[in-house]
Design a protein around this ligand. Sequence first.
Ligand SMILES: [Zn+2]
Length: 513
Amino acid sequence: MRKIEIFDTTLRDGEQSAGINLNTAEKLEIAKQLERFGASIIEAGFPASSPGDFEAVQRIAGTVKNSIVTGLARAIKKDIDITWDALKKAEQPHIHVFLATSPIHMQYKLNKTPDQVVEAAVEAVKYAKNTFPLVQWSAEDAFRSDREFLVRIINEVIKAGATTINIPDTVGYASPAEYGALFKFLRENVTGSDKVNFSAHCHDDLGMAVANSIAAIENGANQVEGTINGIGERAGNAALEEIAVAMHIRKDIYGIETGINLQEIKRTSQLVSKLTGVVIQPNKAIVGKNAFAHESGIHQDGMLKNPETYEIITPALIGESAVPLVLGKHSGRHAFKDRAETMGFDLSDDKINRAFAEFKKLADRKKEITEEDLLTLLTDQQIQHEEIPVYELKSVQVQYGTENIPTATVQVIQPDGEEVTVASTGSGSVEAIFNTLELLINSKVEILDYRVTSVGKGRDALGEAVVNLTYNDQKVTGRDAAQDVLEASAKAYLNTINRQIIQSSLRVKELIS
Ligand SMILES: [Zn+2]
């Protein structure tokens, strides 16, 4: 079977989309999960864009071993140098250099003639090739570029040493037939096209990103780029889990091997959704809550007689297990730790102890602890920052009645260690909590978005709250889970504030060092 490389850009193209801000610990968690998922290449960030991105790419390159780690760079020496610094310790250093090639981008964005663009691309690839064994070059907005010009510039960058050529549909404008035809044309007209990888990178503005990526595969692409859950700029990127499952279910027509571990799909999807705060639409193919739900009576009847009447994919294929968790109220620390390890968590003793204490608390209040609950608990510990003092919620109490003004009383330990209690009112319980916390942190906060969802099923399911706000003129998203939605909301609010405190204190540290 033909092998297609899966290039994941959840941490770069996905992360740069509106409302998402992941810290280094969270990016590292996602990268480790992407490695288990089986991505051939992980684009960990854009190192020259910020010290935070640099640090994340460097940490990921030092941790991930079974996937190639890459970083994005503009076609300039400074970016390439910084990217090399971030990636030089990687198993196989790989760089992704891009330069726009469409008439509109060259004229208005770059203010360069086509000749100057060719020269800049060649120079950048040659320069990158001095250090990087693997150089991917992207023709930004390739789909809207002149075909003959594309052939010319690709010929030149291959001569300069590029090992992969990416042909993005940056604005999501292509149709499958056209995008496939472009790959066929380039394969036939580029000199030495059989010696390099051709890569597809599609955006979903017209809802055709996955279809376009598959059309590229059918026409000679041997790498596809995309993100988990299809997150990304505007309407997002091609959803990698959809491509991987489509290739598997229809291997009869495609004959393609992706190397993706399908059993890791569910967990990867949930982790990305949880840490980015981007909810998965219920009807989303493969990973949506309803992707395997059969509602109509005729369908249910058919399913009972033979599942294959209406089911082409089983939940088990993507790692959604129906087997209950063996852990419960009476499980010991040892069994808990074992379970955490089989789930792929590598936590310090301190963190295991704290997660275990949380688990015990939850087991007292909840009948059945699910794998999702455990994942929530362990992930929260894993990404916890220990060194920087932040706000910690001690207790929250809300008085609510349909005839009363809701009042919240909150007890919090401040970053300086002092414990304070504050009370305030609001027009609803959540607003009362938020108003009280705002008094406490003594700064103007504007709530941009707030959501509560349940983790898993059942009436005693954990509630997870996501808060997006501006604090100190910075947009931040945070989240937390608890069995009660009001407690989850208070914790999520403080988590958001804490993230901003950690981010700015790390920034100060960077400036000093
Ligand atoms: Zn993109």
